[in-house]
Write a protein that binds this ligand. Structure first.
Ligand code: ADP
Length: 248
């Protein structure tokens, strides 16, 4: 069975808004530990797809499974998050008046109640977890800094770190490098590559140089359907992709 290592199954999914098919017979399979980029023109259905996986939008038909036994369509948004699906939106939601460390501590509790979190004493294991995430997100030297004083890029990394505190199986990341400097983009590419293996990571991104730099397989969405899949070179040379992107 070639599917034994698939973590996310999206099969035959359809979603219409007022008769307009935003998602049209969508099939997407993400392997355990895989890093996958999703690209596609505006209106291709990328956001709607992420909304369906995370339970924000209910599809009209189809199947969405995490592994072979978790039916995501039978769950609400918070149940899906608890099942191991983390989503990073483009706009960071870090708490600016707390330090980097405190943001991670809060994220670990899973309860967005500051008071309840900080009354509890951290175990050595929890401290180790925060420290290892700090290293991963390039903020080990900034643990005591208020999140409000971080650069835009650093806030994005902290946000990813906050998701990691929950040990997600699947991370959905929306336009991680929008507004970043080239240096920050390089570090983000390293970060996402280092997450793969331990987590499955799905990245929606418009910046083609960045997509190329993360060297993952690429899925091209068009009109709510998968138009092409493969390496960046393969999809760029795909005749249908050339037609859609370049009008050839
Ligand atoms: P992308 O993220 O690839 O740009 P979207 O998933 O946002 O694409 O949108 C796909 C299509 O579905 C677009 O034509 C959009 O206008 C439409 N759409 C998305 N959400 C809604 C909604 N809540 N109501 C009506 N139309 C929507």
């Amino acid at each position: 069975d070639t599917r034994h290592n698939i973590l996310l199954y999206v099969e035959g999914v359809n979603k219409s808004f007022d008769g307009f098919k935003a998602i049209n017979d969508l099939n997407l399979y993400i392997r355990e530990g895989e890093l996958r980029c999703i690209i596609g023109p505006n209106g291709a259905g990328k956001t709607t797809m992420m909304d369906i996986i995370t339970g924000k939008t209910t599809p009209d038909s189809g199947q969405v499974w995490l592994g072979s036994n978790i039916n995501l369509l039978a769950m609400n948004e918070s149940q899906i998050a608890n099942a191991g699906v983390g989503r990073k939106f483009q706009k960071p939601t870090v708490i600016e008046c707390l330090t980097v460390w405190q943001n991670l501590e809060l994220a670990m509790s899973g309860v967005r109640t500051v008071w309840a979190t900080f009354r509890a004493k951290l175990t050595a294991e929890q401290k180790d977890k925060i420290e290892s995430v700090l290293v991963l997100i390039n903020l080990a030297d900034h643990a005591a800094l208020l999140a409000g004083n971080l650069s835009h890029g650093q806030k994005q990394w902290l946000e990813i770190g906050m998701l990691l505190m929950q040990n997600p199986k699947l991370l959905l990341v929306d336009e991680p490098v929008a507004g970043m400097t080239h240096q920050e983009m390089d570090k983000t590419s390293e970060l996402l590559n280092s997450l793969a293996g331990k987590h499955s990571v799905v990245v929606v991104e418009h910046d083609m140089d960045f997509v190329r730099s993360i060297a993952s397989d690429v899925t091209v969405l068009h009109q709510g359907h998968v138009l092409a899949e493969g390496t960046m070179d393969q999809v760029q040379n795909h005749p249908e992709v050339k037609r859609v992107y370049l009008g050839e």
